[in-house]
Design a protein around this ligand. Structure first.
Ligand code: C2O
Length: 634
């Protein structure tokens, strides 16, 4: 196969994507670098980490994850720091090289060693059909719409504050205590936005920003003015314009690469038709707006069939707890609009209703989908359900999602009482499991026999090993702990994972929720993502999943085939995947802050069956605290 080659020279730059200057990571000097590859080609990306050794933002190094790629047969290149590889340190380089067998469609790449994604280390990743392959729909041209939320602080101070001990008396803006990162300062469309643009003017009690009024731009402390439009003072900031020609049809590839916000995207006066979700084709679904959660992608068709002028493109935050989150606005600009029109948009951003589970309002989308029978989805179906259920190889994993306060004082997110964070091993975990097949069961046994000290051994730093909890039928710890949660699988296994987002045990649901103990309730939705697989979203609902009543509502006929899914506030979601990809794979919340706070777990599928590691796989530092012994890639 042909090789598609990219050099990624990664360095720090000062950029002002929303008119506020801050440090970001750029690739060959480019912000949100685009990668395009034809299905079947080998993708070769040589990543040179040219960051200063002491740059505080990304001290441990960087890596790249190909979000949505199943990486079948290429688990070493999946990019999760310490799981598939150790980070690429400053001054070092690493070559990602694998054949792209993924479904043609819309993906994105992003850093995954630590929190470098928050420092803008991401970009679109498009897989084109091979020449001659039938197009998924009729359209004239393509556009990419990369959405992201933008913090004015870099990742390091934000995560540092998240890591400090929680003190309920000092939660807000008090140095020395845990501090939530808050909402981002702006929303970027293809890397362009304005801080203070509508959203921050909304005040604190409405999720719907008022109409844009550029004369009311918020002027931050210490600045004399905000330049609302591109100017010599703000060369980095300008409003994103999507130029179209009247009469043409466009395939718009939408990606939510943000860290916190669940967006609803509308094109004023234009309906769109969804034709793919997370790269896989869907039956065409006309909508007025598109709800797109973190990590998700939708390909939509837009017909430029309105009177030629300028229209707003709006991306507004859709989560009741994200009150005051800034929206982002771009312009759909007809190239042949009469020149008499003002050069700036004349339409106001569309106001949209707050998104509420169970209420199908005008903006019915795949996420809001309540009745799969009336809005058929995936074209990739588990056609023969029973063939997917080999005897003794089917697992049901029920996960309770909670937000505990650990004995160490850390506020974390936990799956079945395990907050997975820290460095699992000093080797990439996949290498550890390949070279030491009994590692997991040994560690899990030791963890169980050492319940007195495993409570928070990762955090205390006193431990010489990882506390490891296996989903192999062993009971979950009865109190919240820090450690690593793994589900060991064999190739061919079929797994139904049901995640319950609400107060599910006496250790508390969402710490900030109302009520006490078992009465606590969840406060927010979570956008989950799984590596190494696409999966079927069998169903979701509100309240507690009840096997006897809810199972019959699961959709085995035409469920969506995706790599990301939403778990609703006080709700549940059930997915099914087939473990057909030897390696170690992470399932996690794609809210970057929640990932950092432990909202993740791992699946290890027949690690011994994975190919041996590439020779140049980055090694972890030899001073690593949790060192289990030598590991030599062949
Ligand atoms: Cu895009 Cu592990 O994530």
């Amino acid at each position: 196969p042909a090789t598609t080659h990219y050099d990624f020279n990664v360095s720090v730059a000062q950029r002002a994507p929303d008119c506020f200057e801050k440090g970001v990571l750029v690739v060959n000097g480019e912000f949100n670098k685009l990668i395009e590859v034809v299905q079947g080609n080998v993708l070769e990306v040589v990543v040179y980490n040219n960051l200063p050794v002491d740059w505080p933002l990304v001290s441990e190094g960087i890596s790249i994850h190909w979000h949505g790629f199943s990486m079948n047969g290429a688990p070493w290149y999946d990019g999760v720091g310490y799981l598939a590889q150790c980070p690429i340190k400053a001054g070092a380089n690493f070559t990602y090289r694998f054949q792209v067998n993924e479904e043609p469609g819309t993906y994105f790449w992003h850093g995954h060693a630590g929190m470098e994604k928050v420092d803008s280390f991401f970009g679109p990743l498009i897989v084109h059909s091979p020449p001659g392959a039938p197009a998924p729909a009729q359209y004239d041209e393509e556009r990419i719409l990369l959405l992201s939320d933008n913090y004015h602080a870099e990742s390091a101070p934000l995560t540092f504050a998240l890591n400090r001990p929680f003190d309920s008396n000092k939660v807000t803006n008090t140095s020395g205590a845990w501090d939530w990162v808050g909402v981002p300062q702006s929303t970027l469309l293809n890397g362009h936005g304005f801080y203070g643009d509508c959203g921050l003017l909304a005040g604190s009690n409405t999720a719907i920003p008022p109409k844009c009024n550029v004369s009311l731009q918020w002027v931050p402390p210490g600045r004399s003015s905000v330049q609302p439009f591109a100017s010599p003072k703000n060369p980095g900031c300008s409003r994103y314009n999507m130029t179209v020609e009247a009469g043409k049809r466009y395939r718009i590839r939408m990606i939510n690469a943000g860290s916190l916000l669940f967006y609803t995207v509308c094109f004023d006066k234009h309906n769109v038709t969804i034709i793919a979700a997370d790269a896989y084709p869907t039956n065409p679904l006309p909508v007025t707006c598109v709800d797109i959660n973190l990590g998700q992608r939708y390909d939509v068709l837009l017909h430029a069939n309105q009177p030629p002028r300028n229209y707003w493109i709006s991306a507004l935050a859709q989560n009741a707890t994200r009150t005051g989150s800034p929206g982002g606005y771009g312009v759909l600009r007809y190239a042949d609009a009469p020149s008499a029109l003002p050069s700036e948009p004349i339409m106001q951003p569309e106001s949209i209703p707050a998104w509420t589970f169970g209420v199908v309002h005008a903006i019915t989308t795949l996420d809001a989908l309540l009745n799969p029978q009336t809005i058929p989805l995936g074209t990739v179906l588990p056609k023969n359900e029973s063939s997917l259920r080999p005897p003794n190889r089917t697992h049901v994993l029920n996960v309770n999602l909670t937000q505990p306060l650990l004995p160490s004082g850390q506020l974390r997110w936990a799956l079945n009482n395990v907050a997975t964070y820290g460095t699992p091993t000093c080797l990439p975990t996949l290498g550890q499991l390949q070279s030491d097949p009994s590692f997991m069961s040994r560690m899990a046994r030791e963890t169980r026999s050492d319940n007195s000290t495993n409570v928070d051994m990762m955090q205390s730093g006193s431990a010489d090993r990882v506390a490891l909890y296996l989903d192999d039928g062993s009971p979950a710890p009865s109190y919240p702990v820090a450690g690593q949660r793994f589900m060991p699988l064999r190739t061919g296994d079929v797994v139904d994972v049901g995640i319950q987002n609400m107060a599910a045990n006496a250790n508390g649901g969402d710490y900030r929720g109302g009520g006490v103990g078992a009465n606590r309730t969840a406060q927010e939705q979570h956008p989950f993502h799984m590596h190494g697989h696409h999966f079927w979203v069998l169903g979701y609902g509100l309240g507690s999943f009840n096997a006897s009543t809810n199972s019959s509502s699961l959709n085995y006929i035409n469920p969506a085939f995706r790599d990301s899914f939403t778990i609703f506030k006080n709700g549940w979601t059930v997915i099914r995947f087939k473990a057909d990809n030897p390696g170690v794979w992470i399932l996690h919340c794609h809210t970057d802050w929640h990932l950092f706070m432990g909202q993740k777990m791992y699946f290890s599928t027949s690690p011994e069956a994975a190919a041996p590691p590439p020779k140049d796989l980055p090694q972890c530092s030899s001073s690593c605290m949790y060192n289990f012994g030598a590991f030599t890639p062949n």
